[in-house]
Design a protein. Structure first.
Length: 544
């Protein structure tokens, strides 16, 4: 959820039909009968998903009425940009939130819950190496929440918030350029994305191609769509001075494509969306963008839509060299299930592409509503899977926020043996100090060390930014590398500030050394409406 989306007229979003420019095929209408009052989760898949886990489905679980994969193309517009010359200031767009969140109440799942780790760990996680301020609301923000995210590349860290971009030097964190999405996409050559950027920004560095991908969503008419994902692809690993190719990718199948999340896959860049028709959740979209076409005059893509029985899917972000012919993995945590899919794209013929539900693994948790702060209570976004799902060493790692006694903790999972997935380990990190931990993001380095960053706070503790981790030698189901602070907050959001936090953060790993973690999320220096963000890096000494 993001500031530009607030104030959408719910009734006007009903029965929207997206026009697909330069698209070869449209997809079938997904099941949209699930009510979305903000308190009910989608129902579970019809039939026994576990029994069907090994079946080869050509669509997203036939019982769930998902659409078949469909191909599309989008014309690109290339412009050379020196980001240091983009002069802009964010326009405040704060509006009341209209659409409710999908939430779950009570305990979900029937299996035993993951163990709650109440001790902090045996060894402190490494201290930050780079620790600098990122973009803030006063100069660069357009509303609440900031939707802070960012990724590390060979020489730069690129951060995005609602609705601006900052580029920082990897060596010392100095800011090299900052600009708004509207000024950036004013070069896109399309009415869909020129000065029309709505929010939910994302940034990834696609190491196999050596290119940056920066994106957010937009619409031609705020009241009725059509809706787009605005995608910019660099021509080189230097985001400061390079040629960018802009694409207006139709998204949402006529619904609002909320909460897009990106990941690097084996053969391209993948992203997912939560599609809403007014206040009704209409299913998740999964999109594949062919790597060889990134930055070309014509972007090739395919997409599939699930039914409303699956929510908040994440594409796996591959953190190592891709294997030829491997599928993209997709994962979600919802309704007491950790569900995995594969998306095997046949780029020559979409009829041969397969989006397959591989496993529906039983998990149990209780969700958390609001997180208390010394100011107003803020959203936890529990229990959806949080940005990003990371793939490394034959496993996928994913995290979420769950209840941990009277507070909230970081639940994390390692799913191994991806052809026949199983949960190798899981745990809830919740040291017994009365503090809430929420909005996590994790990543894994080349040595198999995992690090997770998150927000920490309570009704008497200003929200702060911390991280913890585990080494392969740590006991299973535990984070042995104890919590370290990136920055301690000295303020909180003022009451009446829309109760928003996050809505996500991002942990990434340096693609050059494969060891250094970079994390970014929000905090407050003073109580009020002016959020700040932080960018920090650290490295476990065991990774060389």
């Amino acid at each position: 959820m993001n500031p530009a989306r607030r104030g959408l007229l719910v009734a006007a979003l009903l029965a929207v039909a997206v026009v697909l420019p330069a698209c070869s095929t449209t997809t079938a209408e997904p099941d949209t009968d699930a009510d979305h009052p903000g308190i009910n989760a989608p129902a579970e898949v019809d039939g026994d998903a576990d029994a069907d886990a090994d079946e080869d489905h050509a669509v997203a679980d036939p019982d769930a009425k998902g659409s078949a994969p469909a191909a599309f193309t989008v014309k690109g517009h290339a412009v050379h940009i020196d980001a240091r010359k983009l002069k802009s200031k964010a326009v405040k767009k704060q509006r009341p939130e209209v659409e409710a969140e999908l939430t779950e109440s009570g305990r979900q799942g029937t299996v035993p819950e993951a163990p709650v780790q109440t001790n902090a760990g045996t060894t402190a996680a490494p201290a930050p190496v780079v620790n600098v301020k990122g973009l803030d609301f006063n100069t660069w923000g357009a509303g609440h929440p900031p939707d802070t995210n960012g990724a590390i590349g060979p020489n730069h860290f690129v951060q995005s918030v609602n609705t601006s971009v900052g580029i920082y030097a990897k060596t010392n964190g100095s800011r090299l350029a900052a600009f708004t999405f509207d000024d950036f996409f004013a070069n896109s050559g399309t009415a869909e994305c020129d000065a029309n950027n709505g929010g939910d920004p994302t940034v990834i560095y696609d190491a196999p191609s050596g290119k940056w991908v920066i994106a957010d969503f937009a619409w031609l008419d705020v009241n009725k769509g059509p809706f787009y994902e605005c995608v910019a692809v660099s021509s080189s690993a230097d985001p400061v001075n390079t040629t960018w190719t802009f694409y207006s990718v139709p998204a949402g199948d006529g619904k609002f494509p909320d909460y897009p999340k990106f990941g690097t896959g084996p053969d391209g860049v993948y992203f997912t969306t939560n599609n809403f028709r007014g206040n009704s959740y209409a299913g998740a979209g999964v999109y594949a963008l062919k790597r060889e076409s990134l930055g070309s005059a014509t972007l090739q893509g395919q997409h599939v839509t699930t039914s409303s029985k699956f929510f908040s899917l994440l594409p796996a972000n591959l953190q190592e060299a891709p294997q030829a012919g491997a599928p993209e993995y997709v994962v979600s945590t919802w309704s007491g299930k950790l569900t995995t899919w594969t998306f095997k794209v046949d780029w020559a013929n979409a009829a041969n592409s397969k989006f397959t539900q591989v496993a529906s693994l039983g998990i149990s948790y209780s969700s958390v509503g609001s997180i208390p702060t010394p100011g107003e209570a803020v959203d936890s976004l529990s229990p959806r899977a949080m940005n990003q799902a990371q793939q490394r060493g034959g496993s996928i790692w994913v995290s979420q926020t769950v209840a941990a006694g009277s507070t909230a903790g970081v639940r994390w999972y390692e799913v191994s043996n991806l052809s026949a997935p199983a949960i190798r380990q899981q745990g809830t990190y919740a040291p017994a100090d009365g503090l809430y931990r929420w909005m996590p993001s994790l990543a894994v380095d080349k040595a198999g060390d995992m690090a997770v960053g998150y927000s920490v706070g309570s009704g008497s503790k200003n929200p702060s930014i911390r991280y913890a981790g585990r080494l392969p030698s740590d006991p299973l189901n535990t984070l042995g590398q104890a919590e370290t602070s990136l920055v301690e907050g000295t303020g909180a959001p003022t009451t009446g500030n829309f109760n928003r936090w996050g809505d996500y953060s991002q942990m990434s790993v340096d693609p050059v050394d494969g060891c250094t973690f970079w994390y970014t999320t929000e905090y407050y220096e003073q109580t009020g409406a002016d959020w700040q963000t932080r960018i920090g890096s650290f490295k476990f000494p065991s990774c060389v």
